[in-house]
Design a protein around this ligand. Structure first.
Ligand SMILES: O=C(O)CCC(=O)C(=O)O
Length: 273
């Protein structure tokens, strides 16, 4: 990684494996990977975990396994963020709330304060999410350090360009994407993430898991993509901490270079469909 300049932020994607249906083991494992990240990356500004890292897709047992009110995960993430002075987007967890299960992202700033709670909006039918989980109700934008306003998006959400667009229109300069994106759709993963970055002229910071769950394989390839669509960092197919440096002011530069947002024609799109 090159030298960090003022206004830049070092990012680490915690590209870990997840044991299906074993929250205890997953907590320990994510803790050790996060510790490795803060050791390996000096002045780490932001760490991002993958999707559903506490339970994996153990949907048939999800009522027993999901974290009630996200309490255990929230306490752990807040404490880690504060202790190491690092912002964390805690991937997403299976959370039980009012008797229902959500696929929920929590984020913390480097003082350990919670800055967002986002429930996945688009549930993935191919994995029967809609049978077991409740969808979220609204998009979420949150403030991290170094002038980074971020928008939340979980895995399948990236297939819905209207979500990333609405986040960008409302101030997001980065799209943060925890995922469990499986083989064989690497081409879709890379292309969709790159498209979201280019069309919205924003950073895309996407952390995918690795490993196997039943017959499903996850390929990693976590990505940091800049607002021009260039790849800043990309993971391989095994467990690793993927690191890169982002510079939020690049978003304004790129938006100045090609003023896409000024050239939109909001009045003529079929917005309500
Ligand atoms: O859209 C895809 O191909 C993968 C989505 C997915 O695995 C998920 O949302 O959990």
């Amino acid at each position: 990684m090159t030298e960090q300049q003022q206004g830049e932020m070092r990012v680490a994607l915690i590209q870990g494996d997840i044991q299906i249906g074993d929250p205890e083991a997953n907590h320990k494992h994510m803790q050790s990977l996060l510790e490795r990240a803060v050791e390996q990356v000096p002045d780490l500004g932001l760490a991002v975990l993958p999707e559903m890292w506490n339970t994996g897709y153990a949907l048939e047992q999800i009522h027993e396994l999901a974290d009630p009110e996200g309490q255990k995960s929230r306490e752990w993430l807040a404490t880690f963020a504060q202790k190491h002075r690092v912002s964390i987007v805690g991937g997403s967890i299976a959370e039980k709330r009012d008797g229902q299960i959500f696929n929920t992202m929590y984020a913390y700033n480097s003082e350990g304060n919670q800055v967002t709670r986002y429930d996945k909006l688009h549930l993935f039918r191919l994995m029967y999410e809609e049978k077991y989980l409740q969808p979220g109700a609204e998009p979420e934008i949150f403030e991290l350090e170094n002038g980074l306003t971020a928008g939340a998006s979980i895995c399948y959400d990236i297939r819905f360009p209207e979500l990333a667009r609405t986040l960008a229109l409302n101030g997001a300069k980065a799209l943060i994407v925890p995922a469990e994106w499986p083989n064989p759709r690497l081409h879709h993963w890379r292309t969709l993430l790159t498209a979201r970055a280019i069309e919205n002229q924003m950073y895309v910071i996407a952390c995918n898991r690795v490993g196997k769950s039943g017959d499903t394989e996850f390929f990693g390839h976590s990505l940091i993509i800049d607002p021009w669509g260039e790849i800043v960092a990309e993971g391989g197919e095994g467990e690793e901490i993927v690191t890169g440096i982002i510079r939020p002011s690049l978003v304004d530069e790129v938006r100045g270079r090609i003023p896409v947002f000024e050239d939109r024609r909001p009045g003529i799109y079929f917005d309500s469909k």
